[in-house]
Design a protein around this ligand. Structure first.
Ligand SMILES: [Zn+2]
Length: 441
């Protein structure tokens, strides 16, 4: 009798951990049952992936879905819908919501809520504060928790641990890798008076200058060395930090954002005004070039979107009253595929950054690899598809993207989560079936 599967993906070009191969994938019970399938195998459902690349389900490990918060801007139902339309099978969501996810009660609420309304799988960050340090060791082991997030410099929300004494206490409580927003808060506050309302939007990168980011990272690495605690430096934005972090590979992993790989000052501020303002800021060409070098020499472990929507009306305010943060969860995959087509990185490296990278950094169980036994998460992409990013395509209620008008080559055409197609050709399918991602405790 021929082998039978729930789902067969036939005739695709698969990005396997050991290279790119034309092979078929068989799925049973939501997991990958076989790589390489006999010609006579049968299935309940067969997807013809002829002409398409079959990637492991792509992961955006850095989003702010603002839930609980203002649903007219973003929420978990809308943000995960955007994620699957954009070709993502999982997102890891930040804790600086209203209120923030900083205790067992709020975490329990979110764990329950996510599994009712999310379209893709989700990991959850828990926020570290000066007052919950004693609970972090237990909070970081909660179901679906990808790690503790520390804001060492101020951004959206009221989470902050800026001084060495509290940072050291955080590092000494718990054992999993901690994710940091690294900007030196003292330098930010010291320099604030130099600027006034209505200054050009490009003042954002002068206020939050290179040294603000580099100093923050030097302080964190000194404490990580002292305590031996593993660190993940989010959204590294300077050439200096990328060079410096090479000496801390035993302790630190790092992320670069798609924005810092795609947009550059002063163009982003001239053209996008408040819609180019984010933390850490988009900087000049030297830093973009350094980020690409660090992508291609392996310094960078993950890329994220840092999807952080704000209302359009607030982004139109003069600097510095316009809040920092840009949308990106729906556009990260097309923009990265376009970079692949432009020859800036290989498709295998993109998959490494968006699958194996997050899996390694956060200790993901059962995702991030096309291999037998792993979750049957797939992103099917058409590397030849040409399309313009339009704001009308964006489903986040805030309704805007800093990538509007960008011509893209390479587009996600199907998203599959644990064996179920959740997006095909711009259509979201079925009902929300997202689950919490599993992590090594
Ligand atoms: Zn962020």
């Amino acid at each position: 009798m021929p082998t039978h599967y729930d789902l067969l993906i036939r005739h695709g070009t698969c990005v396997l951990p050991w290279g790119i191969e034309a092979t078929d994938v068989g799925v049973r019970n939501g997991r990958i049952a076989a790589i390489g399938v006999p010609a006579d195998a049968t299935a309940d459902e067969t997807i013809d992936a002829n002409g398409l690349h079959v990637l492991p389900g792509l992961i955006d490990p850095h989003v702010h879905l603002r839930d609980p918060g203002d649903k007219t801007v973003e929420s978990i139902p809308t943000g995960t819908r955007a994620a699957v339309l954009g070709g993502l099978a999982a997102v890891f969501d930040m804790p600086n919501t209203t209120p923030s996810i900083v205790d067992a009660e709020k975490l329990a609420w979110k764990q329950d809520y996510v599994e009712q309304v999310a379209w893709c799988d989700m990991g959850l960050y828990v926020g570290g504060t000066k007052t919950n340090i004693s609970e972090l060791a237990s909070l970081e082991l909660g179901k679906g928790v990808c790690g503790i997030k520390i804001f060492a410099g101020s951004s959206t929300g009221d989470l902050m641990v800026e001084d060495d004494e509290h940072l050291e206490r955080v590092m000494r409580s718990g054992r999993r890798r901690i994710a940091y927003h690294s900007e030196d808060e003292y330098r930010l506050q010291d320099r604030k008076h130099r600027f006034k309302s209505g200054d050009p939007y490009s003042c954002h990168m002068e206020w939050r200058d290179e040294e603000t980011a580099f100093l923050g990272t030097r302080r964190l690495m000194a404490l990580a060395r002292l305590t031996g605690r593993q660190a993940h430096i989010l959204h590294v934005s300077t050439a200096q930090e990328l060079d410096y972090l090479k000496d801390f590979r035993d302790l630190a992993t790092c992320e670069v954002l798609v924005n810092h790989l795609t947009q550059v000052a002063p163009d982003c501020y001239d053209r996008l005004q408040g819609f180019g303002v984010m933390n850490p800021p988009i900087r000049g060409p030297r830093h973009m070039a350094a980020a690409w070098t660090a992508i291609n020499d392996g310094t960078v472990d993950t890329v994220g979107s840092d999807h952080a929507p704000h209302p359009r009306a607030k982004k139109l305010l003069p600097w510095p009253d316009c809040p920092a943060g840009l949308t990106g969860v729906q556009t990260i995959v097309p923009v990265m595929l376009n970079h692949v087509n432009a020859g800036r990185l290989s498709l295998t490296r993109m998959v490494d950054l968006m699958c194996a990278g997050p899996a390694r950094v956060y200790g993901v169980v059962g995702k991030g690899r096309l291999a037998a036994g792993y979750d049957a998460d797939f992103t099917l992409v058409d590397m030849k598809r040409r399309r313009k990013i339009e704001e009308s395509w964006i489903v986040s209620p805030c309704g805007w993207t800093p990538f509007a008008g960008m011509d893209i080559t390479g587009w996600p055409v199907t998203t599959i989560v644990r064996g179920q197609a959740v997006m095909r050709e711009d259509e979201v399918l079925g009902t929300p079936r997202g689950q919490l991602v599993r992590f090594l405790g």
